[in-house]
Design a protein around this ligand. Sequence first.
Ligand SMILES: [Zn+2]
Length: 176
Amino acid sequence: MKNKEKIEILFKDILENLEDSSGGNVFDESMSDTPARVAKMWGDELLKGYLIQPQDMIKLFPNSSKNPEEIEINNISFYSMCEHHMMPFFGKIAIKYVPGDFVLGLSKIPRLVEVYARRFQLQERLGQQIADAIIRYGKARSVEVIIEAEHTCMTARGIQAIDSITRTKSTAYESK
Ligand SMILES: [Zn+2]
């Protein structure tokens, strides 16, 4: 079975169990398509990162001039899912890297972010995975990934820290 189908079945089960255990009080007729729609949304969109390989998202160009010394891409938007609460966290990513013999195709960088963001994640791990991929597949010398995100598991529930932003910095270096 494909990963996408597994994800859809998982969410269908969750919603059907909810309906059963509530004695049929959750979904009225106007929501009859909701379980299928939600299951499809998780499989097709929110967790689509499990269906994509990072190396397929990267295109390299020769860095013939050995210039620039540093490349910085700011303000990359992302949406991800907190693995503890299955609630969204979202924000902006800044990536700064020192290229080696290659530079990364610029339009591919937001796609690489999608590969890791569209999974169940922790913000710290999301930053580290992006950094590691830029070293491994982008053949960079060093990279720094800064993520600023709002976690709806903190802002919409729990302590309701409505304006809180979590900032993480992850680094990686080529192995000598
Ligand atoms: Zn959470």
